[in-house]
Write a new protein. Structure first.
Length: 282
């Protein structure tokens, strides 16, 4: 029997009733469904790990933020995600509340393909040892803290100094993250088939102001040179305070985020134009 986990946004009024409807719909098709709210805490994640590991598909009812949370949890287990967009943009979603039934029917019938997306692993190194770890599908950002003052950030690639930025932040983004914060600051858009990742500065001052695209085996290190607040965050969650001399080391993660797709491999370009509102201007 197919086992399907249904995650729903805990603060959207329509999400839990829709999750219950999806579970009933699955039961009518001889699939076992279970539902849970999207959480990001380690205790909640650990409690759901076994159920996720036993599921052959995960449905996410929410926006891209909810999908990112579930993707980080699901990646070690390889369960593909089918998103039903309840958010504003929904780059990662495959359906909407008004068309999910026929699309999910296709997925259950195996009329789909699995897209595997690059993820990043990050480590905060302080005095030569790792004191915190990160996992991201979108990006890892090193930026200023509470004080609105620029940072000096040294960028190393494969242990070689590339340049020093004076900027508000530095974004290390995957192709998935290229349509998020990196896009907002003028970075290039990378299709999800690529395994490259990129480094994009935020408001650089008298510094390199272009994105740098890196190969998938690259080892990136961002060294912080500050006498005031700075922080690092993965996918915009749980910022960790940084000290002068700290390094954020970023490499590709061995896990991949998996998504069930029913469109062709070139769906990305159509969806990008549609979500950004350009499709209807032609």
């Amino acid at each position: 029997m197919t086992v399907v986990g249904v995650f729903y946004h805990p603060h959207k009024e329509e999400a839990q009733p829709l999750a219950e409807e999806v579970v009933r719909w699955l039961a009518a098709r001889d699939a076992e469904g279970w539902a849970a709210p999207v959480r990001d805490g380690p205790a909640e994640t650990a409690a759901l790990a076994e159920r996720v590991a036993q599921s052959s598909l995960l449905v996410v009812l929410g926006g891209d933020g909810s999908t990112l949370r579930v993707a980080r949890m699901a990646a070690p287990h390889g369960a593909p995600i089918f998103g039903i967009n309840l958010g504003r943009v929904g780059f990662l979603s495959e359906a909407a509340p008004d068309n999910w039934q026929p699309r999910l029917e296709q997925v259950l019938a195996g009329d789909c393909w699995v897209e595997r997306r690059l993820m990043l692993a990050g480590a905060l190194e302080r005095d030569g040892r790792a004191v915190a770890h990160f996992k991201a599908l979108n990006d890892i950002v090193v930026g200023r803290g509470a004080e609105a003052r620029v940072l000096r950030l040294r960028l190393y690639v494969d242990d070689h100094l590339v340049t020093t930025y004076t900027a508000d932040a530095l974004i290390v983004a995957t192709p998935t993250g290229s349509t998020a914060y990196a896009m907002a600051v003028g970075g290039p858009l990378l299709p999800p088939q690529l395994q490259n990742y990129l480094v994009v500065p935020v408001a650089p001052h008298l510094s390199l102001d272009r994105a740098v695209i890196l190969h998938e085996q690259a080892r990136v290190a961002v060294e912080v040179q500050v006498a005031h607040d700075a922080a690092a965050a993965a996918d915009g969650q749980s910022a960790v305070p940084l000290q002068n001399g700290d390094r954020i080391v970023v490499t590709r993660h061995p896990d991949r985020a998996c998504f069930a797709r029913i469109g062709g491999p070139s769906y990305f370009y159509h969806r990008l134009m549609e979500r950004l509102g350009y499709w209807h201007r032609q």
